[in-house]
Every structure is written in structure tokens, then in C-alpha cells.
Write a protein that binds this ligand. Sequence first.
Ligand code: PEP
Ligand code: MG
Length: 576
Amino acid sequence: MDERELTGIGATPLSGIGTARWYRPDADLALPDPDPEGDGESDADFDPATERERFENARERAREDLETERDRARERVGEGESEIFDAHIQFLGDPQIESGVSEAIEGGYGAEHAVQRAFEEPISQFEGMDGRMAERADDLRDVRDRLLRVLLDRERTDLGGLPEGTVLLADRLTPSDTVQLDPEQVRGFVTATGGRTSHAAIFARSLAIPAVVGVGDALSEIEEDEEIAVDGEEERIVVSPGAATRERMKRSENVDTRSEPVSTADGEEIEIAANVGRPTEIEGAIDRGADGIGLYRTEFLFLDRDAPPEEDEQRETYADALDTFPEGRVVVRTLDVGGDKPIPYLDLPGEENPFLGERGIRRSLDPDGELFETQLRALCRAAGSGEGELCVMVPLVAAIEEFEDARERFEAVLADLDREGIEHARPAFGVMVETPAAALMAGELAERADFLSIGTNDLTQYVMAADRGNERVTGLHDPRYPAVLRAIRSTVEGAQGTGAWVGMCGEMAGDPALAELLVGLGLDELSTSAVTIPEVKAEIEGIDRERATALAERALGATTRAEVSDIVTRKEVQDT
Ligand code: PEP
Ligand code: MG
């Protein structure tokens, strides 16, 4: 049978091949229509007291199950991720839902229908919101279905006991579904809905399971038992994969992990570090051979909670990361909220153009100055307790004045800690280069900074004026455009002779096909998702600096993306 391909969003850049098994948890929860006339009144005749008691019992049972699952998640994916189950427990006691259920029972509905009706409005409210808030609709559905399953006495499919070699297909997977999956049994999962930041995608990364999400309605055409290749790296799935597809996947599965730092063929060491968002991801990074952490996205420490973490809690988290890499570097980015990263308790303003609005350092200077100061204090204290080298990086700098202001606050924090006699040390202080302004002013920034790290996800978005989250302009959001390469070159050149090192921590750094180009452009460090580290390290060992420089020169002289791609894939530089 011929191969068929469906595209989606790669949740992990891993691949796996296995047998399709559909998971349709909603199918057995369909309820008969209690109001066929549509007059708003139930035709059935229920005793409200009995129905209320049934609801209360179901709620109690659901709460117990959630507590068990939370404990299991804590063990398997970590403390931070397990907090989602506490959020589900809170939804169970939500007053809006509780009064919705009571009203429906008073209106003559049985407990099952009352639950279904009470969740309708909150689910549609969340569905109307953007980004992570929209994903809360999935959490509510999960809680609703859990209650219905208890009321209807339907067992959940045991996703922890799937046959080996399964590729799980579903419309959506909830956090409690995903956390049950065993990477030893499951070769991957594919969902029709979901985005890169949905909990299913986040858990897939933590569990290192190949996953493609957001495939759309076409997923429903795949039948049970068909053979499926999940290709997270290429963001696609292949039904009935042929020999060439299998071979390609086998190659990407069989990369050896190098736990030592790697050097190019002519002996130059290039640091390959990991991008992480949560403490639990650090272990996976070490397993895959990370030399350090090149980007610690601290906003994840601030998400899914009611208030920001205190100074002591942050100090401990950063010190733990530092202790994990006694010989390496840990680059912690200060809070980068705004844009597509809302935090409910920070009360971010609704903006017409959030990516061009109050985000990153702009907020940290004002109005989140206090949070910034607390974070800087925690970081300087952590630097004084750990063995590794701590680097503090500020995101989304566009003006020299912003970095100078941030630096002044950093110096003030150091002076305060000195005065207070609190143990601390001075971390390196650097700039994340992700705006064209910062790339153009890299020389002036590097004179004031200890290092620069290029965030190509945002840099590409701003250089190409192409929203990184909008699939309609995804073709333009590609770092292989010569304009993006020239912005990178401008950054590296600007830093030359200043003593500042230059790294890269955007997704571009994790593409092994671009490793030679990046070495040729003069980067000292590449930081990427842990799962791609082995491939990037393997690639570095085969690179010759002189050849790489020539390749980069040719790419910088190219006019189109196609030319750059051609140069990179054919590596046609040796005889020029
Ligand atoms: C980037 O913009 O390239 C980056 C690494 O940061 P984030 O993806 O967190 O915006
Ligand atoms: Mg960014």
C-alpha cells in the first residue's frame, strides 16, 4: 500500500513506528437527549435528593482518583507537571459548576445531564480565549468526563497497559491520559487537536515520547491496526511507511549519546547545551549528553500557580540546576512573559499586538520591577552556592538603555546582598538577542555584556515579520532566509574583540542540518531541546572549521532561502 502523509505540529522531535490504536474515551459517554422537544425542560422524572447524592458521591470518587493520579504524575514527570491535577481537583469544587449542577437537578435533570449542562458554559468561555487559556477547556472536559464515567459506571481505558508497539491516536489527550503512557510500550501518539504548549505536548517532551499534535480532522481517516510512523522532527505522520521512511527513522533513532563535550574534526570544542523549562527536564538533558543549560525558561516556574515563587524557592531551584552541572554553564533567562506567555496573576493587559507589546525585559523594568529584583536576588544567591558557572540573561532587549537599566538593577541587587551580608556571587550578565535592533547594535551590547545568546525563534519572527505561531505564514518563519543569517552574522561580528561569548538558543540550534553553517558563522555554544542534542553532537564531530567558514560565507552571499537550503544540504563549498 502507498504511503500517505498527514502534517501536524511536532510535540517532540522524536520518531517512532507502530500500530495505530484509537482511543475514543467520549464515545461511551454519549447521553440520550433528555429534552427532545427543546423546551428547556427535562422529560424524565428524577428525585432531586437522590440525584444530588449521586453527584456528591461521584465527586468524592473523582477527587480520590485525581489524588492518586497526581501522586503518580509526581513520580513520573515531576512536581511541577503534577500540579495540573490539583487544578482539576479545584475545578471539581468550582462554585459556578456546583450551582450549575444544582440548578439542573432542580430543573428535573438526572445527575449525568446536570453535569453535562453545568460544564457547557465554562468550557465555551475558555474555548473563546487565546493560547494556554484555551487549553483549559481540555482540562474542564477531562473533569466533566471523569464525573460522567463514575456516574455511568464506565471504566477508563487503561492507557498504562497498551500493547507494545502502539501508536495511540485520539482527538485529544488530557493530562491524566498522557501521564499514564509508558514510553516502553508506546511508540508515539498523534492527536487531532492541540498545540505545542498543550499539556499533552509538554508531557510528551518530559516522557520523551514521539508525538505529533494538531493534525486536524484528517486523522479520523486512519483505521485501527494501520501502521503509522510518527515523525515529530518533520512534524508529520506517515501511514503505511515505505522502506525509505523506515530507514530514515531508524537512523534518527540510533544516534549515540555523547556525555563528554565534543570538538569539531579540527579540534575546536563547541558547547552543546540544553533548553529547559522545568527542573524535571534537567535529568533528561543529562541523559542526552547536555554540557550545560543554555536556556532556562524561568516563566514555567511561574505558570500554573496562584502567586509567583518566593525568593528562597527560586534560589533553591537555580542552585539545584547549577549543582547538576558543576563543570558546565547554566544560563537562566529572567522572566519572559507577555506575547504568547500569559500568567493569570500578573494581570497582563489585553494588547492588539502582544508580540510587539509589553513583554520580556519591558515588563521586568516596569511594571514587574519587584519580581525582577526578587529573581535577580535569588540568582545571585544561587551563584554563591553552586559550583557551576551561572549566567543571567535578559530577554527581548531592543534598546541599549534597557540593558543598561537592567544592569543597574543587577548591580544594585549585588550591593544590597553585600550590605545585608547574605552569601552570594556575581553571575555573568548577558543579553538574549532576539530583536533586529539587538542584532544591529550587538557591538554596543557586547561591550556592556558578558555574553550574547541568539534566540532565533523570535529573531526570525521579527526579522521576517512573520508570527511564529501563525501557520499561515509559517513558510516565512524560517531561519534559512538570508536576512536572518545576516542578523546572526551581525551579532557574532559585533561581539568580536569584546570578550563576550556568543551562543544560540533558538530552535535553529537544534537542527543538525544547520550545525555546520552555525559553526561557520562563529557561534561558541548551541543550546537546543534535550532530545536533539545527540544528533547535533554527532554532527559537530564531522565538521571542519575551514570548510564550515566557507559554507557560511556562501550562505551569507545567497539571495533566497532556496539557495541557502541548497548550499546547506549539498554542502557545495569545497572547490570554490
Ligand atoms: C527564542 O525566541 O528563540 C527563544 C529561544 O525563546 P522563546 O522560544 O522562549 O521565546
Ligand atoms: Mg524568545
